[in-house]
Design a protein. Structure first.
Lengths: 246, 246, 246, 246, 246, 246
């Protein structure tokens, strides 16, 4: 996209999609950029479905990943800095005339910061509408239908499946190895942290899993990944259509 | 509590509970401080149940409420400032020797900021465990069993019920009035915002409800409030016991 | 106060009073929240005297108390964070239409930060008038007439007396114990720090007094406390009346 | 002073004096840099008296002057930025080994910020002692003995006298003109602001005085200025000697 | 790269290269991401030459581009936020054990911020070595040998040539159009801004060129681009080898 | 300058010059304030040449000098704080009506921060023009004609010469001593750092030179200093004239 297309898109494409990810450990078999890759692919699929009413803005390739810092290669932003980055992306787009921004984040660690940005924008940019969405949890029902371990999550069945569908050449399938798969492998505080719901307790991943994985990625299949991705795309597209038409 | 009790509690009471609330419109019948009042009451009930293994720290009486600013009296912090306040409370308590902190927030607008604080603390205070919990959503199943409107939420049946149970003298029952109770009363973007799940779209409350209320608080009962509060207290206590014993 | 009263007060009550305190050691006999309790009580007395031309906003329950951190239970904000909190309270109230804000601080450690807020508001909110006042030093002449030690101050005769008048059930009178009462008990640098006037040298309280007390709180009486409080209230009320009528 | 003298001074001269001033209107007859000039002169006089046990660090030539911004040429820092500047001067000196820092401020608008710096340093640099002092108010008794107007202060008799003593070539004596000299010339809110004591209300100077002056600088004499300066120097020196010897 | 390769690289590959770019107008014919694309390609070429002694970290896809904001699609960070992003990338890498970081920036607007990061890191991370380099100006001699206009620069001959070499499918060659090519087309202040050297005056690009281009990109050739890229790569590699071996 | 002259200058003198320097080691023979002294002198010479169309604003006496912190007496600001200081000077001057600001920095360590300020001002103050200039590098050709060592720079021949011309009474000529003068005295990383051009690697001066000097200041002459200063002044004046007349 050049500045000419951007100038047209301000009028023709009311929605800008920003993919956000992370640069963090994804176990022995998946790349550090896994979350960014998934977010960018889904953003493209969503934009394609929206057929001209949405454009894709710059990515946020590093997110909030302090819980993975014990694993080599993880790069993290503080929540303050991620918020500033997103706010400044949005401020620039607002200046050009866009009023609807959707961040698609492949990394759950960005969720809270995105919400804080949304809240602060209500005051600073009252004429802007800012939405964000995660990926995998959008399709929780589809994931539930896959073959997943009792404990599953980061770099587990669902996330690996998405990568096998979207970017199989980046997955070292021969290295995929189970991480924590049963609550009994966890110490009591870690179990509390992973039980879902509230109270919420944030823990470092090196305490939750020796190899940084929750679940057994060997059970992931490209078909399962496609199902998750398609469900996520469909739901984002449905949301976006209603929003754009409103 | 004096400094003498605090000095003992550092050893005897490993958990500090911080109540957090808001100072924001709660419709025509409930006080601006509703969320802080509920959080402080629940904190006391939880601490009483924990019988000496938890103490209560200072409250956070103002939270993140930009979505309510169109209604008179609402006072809000930015997410940056709330994060700084909580971080500095925690930093002070950590200095005295506490390593487990639980924030009970009566205001959902604080949730995201509390998560960002939890994330940043992983790096700055690796030997600390920080948890937080909302109130009403802890007892979503109990709320579902109450007589609630199709659309319900802020200052609606469940929140009013809690106040009728915990601080009935502060509720102007004669002024309680229904707000938005059915999706059909909402414009399409507002409906998107309230549909729950993701994508998440944050909206100002003056667009969601003319009087700032979601649901019909006239249907609230003290008994319903007690059920919600007791469920919330029980779940927080169960969590805290496991955590403290771990 | 609900949002309805707030909406009326924007027009009827031109002044908003914000009580500010601290959460810090107050010797063996008084609660950590002593300063907030006194500020809130005085705010109520002042508002009552002003009979409808002033309303009370949210409290600031934690202030700037790094000098007390050696004593258990003390929680402190940095001056940066306290300034942000007050600025955002004021900004919210300004948005609703209020143009006169008075902070009553029960804690002298907040004074400087309140002045910096006042200075910065001259530029950011030129149509706002922001005033603040301490409590005990407002009634220095009354305190001088009480039975006070040669060295007296924090948690000493005057402050304890106020608590015996305003919240006697929170004072452990049996535990009240003298702290530093004569200059000879101080090392030379501490003496410099306490001599009053300038140059000003800020010191930690654990160097000034083994139990965190300056003076002998056993000599405090509720009558003395009432005299201090009444003088402070009268002076604030006189100020506020002139200000509101101007 | 070169780095060689600095290296010696770390051991021989335990005290560093930092002069702080302002760049703000001082009425029709005195330079914008008046406060910095007075602070630097007094710093030199104090250092000379201390004969080798103190050195002078870099000046802070611009201070907190938002109340003078309506008058041309005034340059101001926010309180946040002044605090950062002083904190970083102090941090650098601390790194070299100094543990006693005294800021002499010729501008009262800096006082509160200097106190906030002192408070925050208790936590960040617990082994450092930081003091600060104003000038004119150090010699309030001497000023009271001068021929001063009922209302006097900024750019008035005492300040002009100091300049006539310290830097007479920079005073346009022919332009000196009275500003506000009697309370009756002030509107009620301005009178509140200038009455001294508390509550404290900060006002813009263009509301307090048409020419930015409080008092009648035509009555200033070099002899009066010398008396003020000598008293201030003597008191700072006495303080510093006690401090250094402690 | 997975976390396993990262864990090995901490030991085997002492250098991490971070590509930094911009998301800004590049005239009618080149993509908004031009600078990031060039930086990433050069980073890969450099890493390939260094054969295992360097790895590539996450990109910075948006830089400091306020001068291009008048052109649609440009997204900019403030210098403060870019500095925070780079500092946090570096801080994470430092934590894993890397001590040599090289940022390759395809966007000159990032240069100053990168230098400020380098300066601040001297204090915060004294055991780290941080270097950065631009691209085109590394090969100024090669550029001088190309067919360039009298005025040339942003999106001009040299930059377009690099893109024709590195990513020809992203260049709309049919749309390439000359921008400002002679000093006579500029107003006097713009001429000052572009004269190079000092004093330096920063101007908005919509004042410098109607289409955002300096020079005539129609004269760009892939061969010229290859020469520029190869020179830049060779110089970075030579620098890196000396550095790594030191 | 009083506020009266400032009020006239807003109309008569469209340009404000701000001298910026440093407070850092300048070897055994030159004062810590060397850079500020040179900047202030040059500012005065430039203003004199511009004969009424420029005025001089407040100085910035401390700059960004972390690379000199190993040498006693050096005081440094972070780049963030220097940027805030300059931005607030500029903001104040802008408020009075000035639209052209020129910072003359005697210290190269400030260059990058001044550029970041210039960039951010494009967005925050679009009607302002901000320029900055170093000193010595403005006259690189003149310096090349002096008798300089192979390695020369900080506190070397050119800088010392300027001081011998501008402020000879502040130079301890008997103490002037050579620092690093040949590349062979440097370790390989230091050589990389000093080779000029890019990649740029910022190093601490205690690694570059045992006495903090680059070059041999004994070869400096007042005549050489005059030539450098006159060239710098002439070039700044030429720039300013074009700018003012534009």
């Amino acid at each position: 996209m050049t500045t000419l297309e951007a100038a047209e898109a301000v009028h023709a494409s009311p929605l800008v999609i920003i993919p956000a990810g992370a640069f963090e450990q994804h176990g022995p078999g998946m790349p550090l950029a896994t979350d960014t890759i998934r977010a960018e692919h889904v953003a493209e699929l969503v934009a394609a479905e929206l057929a001209g009413s949405a454009v894709i803005g710059p990515s946020v390739p590093v997110g909030v990943s302090p819980h993975h810092l014990a694993f080599a290669g993880t790069v993290t932003l503080t929540t303050t800095t991620l918020a500033a980055v997103v706010r400044e992306y949005v401020g620039s787009l607002h200046r050009h005339g866009w009023r609807k921004i959707l961040v698609i984040t492949g990394h759950g660690g960005n969720n809270a910061t995105l919400t804080t940005v949304a809240q602060d924008l209500l005051t600073t940019h009252p004429d802007l509408q800012f939405a964000w969405t995660p990926l995998t949890s959008l399709a929780a029902d589809v994931v539930a239908g896959l073959r997943v371990s009792e404990v599953h999550g980061h770099s587990g069945e669902a996330e690996t499946a998405q990568m096998l569908h979207l970017a199989p050449h980046l997955v070292h399938t021969e290295r995929l190895a189970p991480g924590t798969t049963r609550p009994g492998e966890l110490d009591p505080v870690s179990r509390l942290s992973l039980q879902g719901g509230h109270p919420a307790l944030t823990m470092r991943y090196d305490r939750l899993s020796p190899n940084g994985v929750l679940g057994d990625p060997r059970n992931a299949t490209p078909e399962g990944g496609r199902a998750v991705v398609e469900a996520a795309v469909a739901r984002i597209v449905a949301f976006a259509r209603t929003w754009i038409d409103a």
